[in-house]
Each structure stands twice: as structure tokens, then as C-alpha cells.
Design a protein around this ligand. Structure first.
Ligand code: FE
Length: 331
């Protein structure tokens, strides 16, 4: 077995596109309890109370929902240089980008499915304003107990036309460890792969895009400390008229305890706890076949059809825009 590259430390930041920036802000700030650390042109930069970085979620006003850049923080400046070289050699590099709020220069690339990604090293630690300073020395911000009060960014799930190609890219070029897979047809069809650069079970999942789109988002996921907080999140979202698509319930793969909703801009957002950490350097990939996988639910109601078919941006709309024809919504 070749030694795993460990140049990427963790998922650093995700950018969400939203056509309803004010309502999306309300969802993340008031309901999920994240802090807006900075506003800049069309973008807002937010953080969970436990995130050490200045910002982990960037919301950018856009015509359509979907995922912007997925940013990975490297372990050192040298590790960044090595990954940039590897990405360029793989033919997927684009360009260096100027520093933005909370971090230094980042190198932009695309995964094989076309999702925009950045690697960067320089990260600004969060310095809370006086009114938000915690009395706990090792907590970057006061525990505000506002809304769901999510602690930190955990992971995201991306759709891909070819899961295997993107999984290989993540393993070989980015150095991620493969944790679990769903393989159908006696192992011939790779429906999903869960990967991570850190002990967090998965920080990115690639799942087959049943609509054959490119560069789409299935969901982003924010961490709370326990399952009771996930149940409480369901109360808060229901009280505020937010659509709950699935859960609270428990997945079989990842053991995640989940609640899926749509933020007002249309992107699917998961509130998440449970799961497990992986420390073994010789971890053996857990694979699930048709019978073992079932509906992806360990107990509780099966996931709805929309969980398989809905993603952002919608592929019908994407194709219509490409052809410049009006979008017809049959629902
Ligand atoms: Fe998830």
C-alpha cells in the first residue's frame, strides 16, 4: 500500500449560491445561529461558534442556487505548493485567486465533475468583537445559544456523473482517505463514495447524479454536539415554516443522525450529529451492496424520492438556461 498524502488538513470553507440572499441569511443567522463575520459586495461570511477560522460558510447572491467554491486548507505552505503542482499536472488547475476575507491566496481548480474548488493555507483565526467574546478562553466566540446554534462546518455531498472518477481524483491528487462506498451490480456500479482528509468520517461525499448533471450540490452539513440538538433543530425549523425533507433519523453508512431541510434559496442543508471518527491509518473501506444499503436509513422512515432527484441547481433549469428557453415547472 502506498503512503497516503496528507497535505490537506480539512474542509475549510464552502460557498453557497443563493437567489434569496436576505432570506438565506435569516436561515443561517437567526435559525441556525451562525454569526455573520463579514459582508462584502454580494457575499456574506459566516461561522459556527466552534469554528476556529474567521469564516467557514460564504453566501453569495446569484441567479440560481448551488455550490460555489469548496475550499480545502492545506497542512502547511509547502503542502499547498505540492498540491498545486499535483493539481496542475492532473490538468485541472485554473488560477491563483487574490486573498479574500479571512484567508490568503487560494489556487482554484475543478474536480473532474466541474465543481469549483480552492486549496489555500493562510487562514485568519477568528477574533471576536468585545460583545461576542467568550468567558471560556478556548472558545473563539461566546456561546450565544441562538437558534440551532450549530458548532461547525462538517461536510458536504456533491453529485457527480461519474462517481469513480471523482473519488479517484480525491484519493490520488488530494490525498483523501476513502471511508465507505455504496456499490451495486456486484461491485460494478459505484453509486456513492465517502471521503475525508481528517479523522472526521467524511468531509466530502460523491453521489451519482441521477439526472446526469454536472457540478451540482446535494447538501452541506453543519454539526451539532448531540442528537437532542438535532431534534430541537426540527422544532425550530418547523416553527419557522422551513420545509423539512427528511429526519430526524439515522443513516446506516456513516451512522450520521440527520435532519435535512431546504434553506430559502433552495439548497439542501443538513443538521448533523452522531457519526464516528476514524483514526486507523489502515482503515478498511466499508462497502454496502443493494441489500445492505437498503434505503440508506438505519431506522426511521425511508428517505423520500426527492432526496434522490432534487439537487441544486436544478438540471432542467440549467439546460433551459443553456438553450435560452423559458423554464417550465410542471409542479
Ligand atoms: Fe450528509
Amino acid at each position: 500500500m502506498t503512503e497516503r498524502i496528507q497535505d490537506i488538513a480539512h474542509l475549510g470553507r464552502i460557498e453557497l449560491f443563493t437567489p434569496k440572499i436576505d432570506r438565506t441569511r435569516w436561515f443561517f443567522e437567526t435559525l441556525l445561529g451562525m454569526e455573520v463575520a463579514h459582508a462584502d459586495g454580494k457575499s456574506l461570511y459566516l461561522r459556527g461558534y466552534g469554528d476556529y477560522a474567521a469564516a467557514t460558510v460564504k453566501l453569495t447572491e446569484s441567479a440560481r442556487p448551488g455550490i460555489g467554491a469548496v475550499s480545502w486548507r492545506t497542512a502547511s505552505p509547502e503542502a499547498l505548493a505540492r498540491r498545486v503542482s499535483a493539481i496542475k499536472a492532473a490538468g485541472l488547475g485554473e488560477r491563483w485567486r487574490e486573498p479574500e476575507f479571512g484567508r490568503g491566496a487560494a489556487f482554484r481548480f475543478r474536480d473532474p465533475d466541474g465543481h469549483g474548488m480552492d486549496v489555500y493555507y493562510e487562514e485568519q483565526k477568528y477574533a471576536a468583537p468585545a460583545e461576542l467574546r467568550s468567558t471560556l478562553k478556548n472558545l473563539p466566540i461566546k456561546y450565544t445559544a441562538r437558534g440551532v446554534n450549530v458548532r461547525r462546518l462538517d461536510h458536504l455531498a456533491l453529485l457527480a456523473r461519474d462517481v469513480g472518477l471523482n473519488r479517484e481524483f480525491a484519493q490520488k491528487i488530494l490525498g483523501f482517505a476513502l471511508r465507505e462506498q455504496v456499490l451495486f451490480d456486484h461491485g460494478k456500479t459505484e453509486l456513492g463514495s465517502w471521503l475525508s482528509p481528517s479523522p472526521v468520517h467524511h468531509q466530502v461525499a460523491y453521489v451519482a447524479d441521477v439526472k446526469g448533471g454536472h457540478g451540482r450540490l446535494h447538501h452541506i452539513s453543519l454539526w451539532v454536539d448531540n442528537r437532542e440538538d438535532v431534534l430541537r433543530a426540527a422544532d425550530i425549523l418547523a416553527e419557522n415554516g422551513v420545509f423539512i425533507e427528511a429526519g430526524p433519523s439515522k443513516h446506516n453508512n456513516s451512522q450520521g443522525f440527520y435532519l435535512y431541510s431546504y434553506e430559502p434559496g433552495g439548497n439542501r442543508v443538513e443538521v448533523y450529529s452522531g457519526s464516528y471518527l476514524v483514526f486507523a491509518p489502515d482503515w478498511e473501506v466499508v462497502t454496502w451492496n443493494e441489500e445492505e444499503r437498503g434505503t440508506g436509513v438505519y431506522w426511521g422512515s425511508p428517505l423520500p424520492e426527492s432526496f434522490i432527484t432534487y439537487a441544486t441547481p436544478d438540471v432542467v433549469e440549467e439546460m433551459a438556461l443553456a438553450r435560452k428557453i423559458p423554464v417550465f415547472d410542471p409542479v
